[in-house]
Design a binder for this molecule. Structure first.
Ligand code: G6P
Length: 374
């Protein structure tokens, strides 16, 4: 086992640090450089014969559990933008509980690292019975979800052993961004945007390498937070998912209460919790929601909130003008790819919190890597 961990102490730690390589493998052979006569594009072999049907579908529905659901949520805005088709989200168990509507004209996308999660698999059977086009996005060749969907994409992140999913999350987002690019490929008006995002994908592994340098800083932050009861994370837009996923990581491995909150909902309840003691991480990297997030920071300041702000490199003084909050500066990438970079410091934070609190990193209490029973 130690051989498999290499120089790392835990699989989760290894898998966090592996992300520049796993992302490279995920994208290998799928990004087409283009030249003066041909535009840059994306090739996803498992989807290419189904793109027309997907473009014509009435709705794209993402279905998954846990981290896989969060990855789909991170990819949703970009898919909405490029496909022009409404994109909705379903937690597999909730779809089954409600027996929610799935139509023949729907494309249902099943996201699962293992490809074996019982809830997701049952939701797949349900969607097949209802006649939807079913697409699988998994990390496991030959898994039940890969076998039973009509088409799909393997994320090729490599075997993930730590129960808390890390490298699969970032590879899932990269695949779904590529899926959005492939679906939007027939629209001339979005070509410049698509090419900019493809450039961003090419550069992404290096940006992740850069953000991994925050390891020591995140360890220091973990030392500061290790005895807390609770930790809130506020995000919005592309990074609402980052808040949910960051909080899920802290909950599942560090066994600390943590909640990801949509910043736009702050004034509808969560604001009541804010005081000088409760630590709050606000994700405020630069995108179309930036000024709204700045105003959230101001409101939290006004209530003496204990803030830790994640922002784009060089923008620390902008997001925290009075110098009273702790700042985590991350490299900026194309807005729709920013969740891939932003989750990394939160993965590192949850890892260090777990070690410092003395809990089992790779096999958290009561959890399983793949939940194959309902
Ligand atoms: C379990 C794991 C989570 C994972 C979820 C979905 O709850 O502990 O880490 O996100 O299942 O797993 P899947 O394999 O479908 O992505």
């Amino acid at each position: 086992e130690q051989i498999k961990k290499g120089n790392y102490e835990h699989f989760m730690q290894k898998e966090i640090h592996e992300q520049p390589e796993s992302l490279t493998t995920t994208m290998r052979g799928r990004l087409i450089c283009g030249d003066s006569s041909k535009a840059k594009s994306v090739l996803l072999g498992g989807l290419k014969d189904h793109l027309k049907t997907i473009r014509r579908s009435r709705r794209i529905v993402f279905i998954g559990c846990g981290t896989s659901y969060n990855a789909a949520l991170a990819a949703r805005p970009f898919l909405e933008e490029l496909s022009g088709v409404p994109v909705t989200m379903e937690l597999a168990s909730d779809l089954l509980d409600r027996q929610g509507p799935i139509y023949r004209e729907d494309t249902a996308v099943f996201v699962s690292q293992s490809g074996e999660t019982a809830d997701t698999l049952l939701a797949l059977q349900y969607a097949l019975e209802n006649g939807a086009l079913c697409v699988g996005i998994t990390n496991t060749v030959g898994s039940a979800i890969a076998r039973n969907t009509h088409c799909g994409v393997h994320i090729n992140a490599g075997c993930e052993i730590g129960v808390a999913s890390t490298k699969a999350y970032t590879s899932q987002i990269a695949v779904m961004a590529m899926m959005a690019l492939a679906i939007g490929d027939d629209t001339i008006s979005s070509q410049a945007r698509r090419e900019a995002v493809i450039d961003g994908l090419f550069g992404l592994p290096n940006k992740v390498k850069e953000v991994l340098k925050l390891d020591d800083e995140m360890k220091d932050l973990a030392k500061l937070l290790m005895d807390e009861q609770s930790l809130l994370m506020f995000g919005r837009g592309y990074n609402y998912a980052t808040a949910l996923e960051g909080a899920l990581k802290v909950k599942e491995v560090a066994l600390m209460h943590s909640e990801g909150i949509l910043a736009g909902e702050m004034k509808h309840g969560p604001l009541a919790l804010v005081d000088e003691t409760l630590p709050i991480i606000v994700i405020a990297t630069h995108d179309a929601c930036f000024s709204k997030q700045q105003s959230v920071i101001q409101q939290l300041h006004a209530r003496k909130g204990r803030l830790i702000v994640m922002c784009s490199k060089g923008e620390g003084p902008l997001v925290c003008s009075n110098g009273s909050c702790r700042v985590i500066e991350v490299p900026q990438v194309a807005d729709c790819l920013q969740p891939v970079v932003n989750i990394v410091p939160l993965q590192l934070l949850s890892y260090h919190l777990t070690v410092l609190r003395g809990y089992n990193v790779d096999q958290p209490r009561n959890l399983a890597k793949s939940v194959t029973t309902q």
